[in-house]
Structure formats: structure tokens, C-alpha cells
Design a protein around this ligand. Sequence first.
Ligand SMILES: [Zn+2]
Length: 335
Amino acid sequence: MKKEYISIFKSVDFARRKIPLIIQESQEPGPIVWVVAAIHGDEVTGTEIVLRLNRFLNRTPLLKGKVYSLPIMNPTGYEQINRYEPSGSYDLNRCFPGNPKGNTGERIAYKIYSKIVKTKPSLVIDLHTDSMESIPYVYLDQVLDEKDAPMVKTLLDYSELSGINYFVENSETYSEELKDTITGALVNIAKVPSFTLELGGPLVVSNKFVEIGLNSVKNFLSHLDMIQPINPAWQYQYKLNLNPVYETVWNRYTPDYAGIVEYKVRAGDMVKKGDILARIKNLFDNTIQLIKAKEDSLIISYADQSICFPGDELIMTARHSHRAFKFTKIAAPSD
Ligand SMILES: [Zn+2]
């Protein structure tokens, strides 16, 4: 195991701010895989997965190839338990592929992106968290260029291997900024297979989701013959049978009034159109608004909040999709 750093900037006290990089290398040439975490500084479970993965690879070295890992891509946010890079509240995962002459967020993104792309990776896995009440899932970016149809197949094959459910970013609500995630840029600009794993909630490391993420990553490494075969591949015991592909739906369940939220469903529930998903009430326990399912769907997650304000996005769902990848031009953001 080798330890290096990607230096990001020199701070006002001249302290060098840097991103730790861990490299596992076999003598045998083979695939290059990156496992990266905590681009959102409060999403700490991914960091633990990276550390546990490296502990595993120290005990049972790679059979071939290389695994590069970044346990904390947003160290300044991480220290402050902050999703954003604090100097300018940058969401680093909207700054890719980055720009060496851009704002601080874009400069950090550029350092990460160029380091990854230079190694010509076979696969990049970006570890995130959703909310405390969420199912584990693979989140696939839209593939924007019709010429990249083979990429769609590669991404779907990896998703099947993950052992957890997977969802495709909704092509109708796809907005320009989603292209600027690390995985969006890797898939669509660098043409590197890449996806996000969403594993539980932020702030506190969840052992359950560490196990899930680690097992999923091992499935990929086993598939690439980089570690001893895992046969049969690991599968999450509560994986849902979703056929064929489900796409995410968001910005559908937003209250019109401020109030106290009482959720009536759990992540992983299948709901029918008209089912009550949440009740918004006031301080006297009077119902102000019922949030009802607008279509048959699966509950992926709900927001970590008990108080809501008008327009807050409370519930993320997924629905069956006949055209999850539709190779459309990016729609102009309308809202
Ligand atoms: Zn995230």
C-alpha cells in the first residue's frame, strides 16, 4: 500500500491542504479501479468503506491491476461536517470536470478529475449517502451521446453486479448541472464507466451500510479478477426485484405549507397512486396537508427532517421506465 496526496491549495496560514490518496498495486498488470468518497463532506460512511477496503487489500493483496482510493475528496468540508467546500459553499459534485483557472471548487475538481483520468481507469466508483431513511442503491448518470450506447450496457452490467438496486437519473428532469458531477463528467466526457453508490444517511458512519458498500465493491473487483472470486456474487438480502429499469423521480413531493412532517411510508415500500406518503400537521396536531403518491412508485428515501417549509423536497421515489436512457439532448432547465 502506498500513500500519497493530491495537493489542493495553500491556506492563509500557508498550511498545505491536500487530499489523501491510497494506492494498492499488484505486480501483474490489470484493470485500474478508483473508489472515491466524501466529495460531500458530511457523507462519512464512504470514507470508512475506503479504509476497510484497503485493510482488506493489505491482508489479501490484489491479484492484478491497481486500486486507487480517495477516502476524503472534500477535506475542508469534512472537518466542518459540511456537504459543501466551505470557502465558497461549493458543491464539489457540481464542479466537474473542473477548471484549473476557475473558482476554488472547480480547481479542486480539476485536480481530482485530471488525476483520475490520467490513470486510464476501467471503473470509478463514487461513494455517497442519501438520507437516514433510504435503501442502498446504485445511481446511474444519463449517457448523453447516442454513440456511447456500449457505455449504457457496461453501466447496466456493473449495476447488476452490485448486489443492490439501481436507478437511472430521470431523463425528463435531467438538468445541465447533473452533467457536472464527477460520475457525469467521467461517463460523458472521459468515457470512463463510473457510477454513484448511495449508502444510508450522512453525519454518522453506518456499519450496516459500510458492509453493503464493501461487499458491492468486492463484487466488482471479483468480476474483474482482481481479487479471489466471490461465487455466487454477494447480494443484499432486501434487494427488490425491479424489472426492467427504474428511474428516479424527485421534486414531486413538496408541501405547500410549513409544518411538522409525519412520514407514513418507509424506504423500500412500493406505493400505489393515491396512497398517503406523509402528513403535514401544525402544532395542534391538525392536518394541514396530506402528501399523496402521484403514481405507482417505489420509495427510495425521505428527507432527514421533521419540520418542513413550502417547497421542501421530502420524498424521493422511483418509477418503472420504458426509456430510462433516451439519449436526448440536455433539456434546458425550466425550474
Ligand atoms: Zn453526496
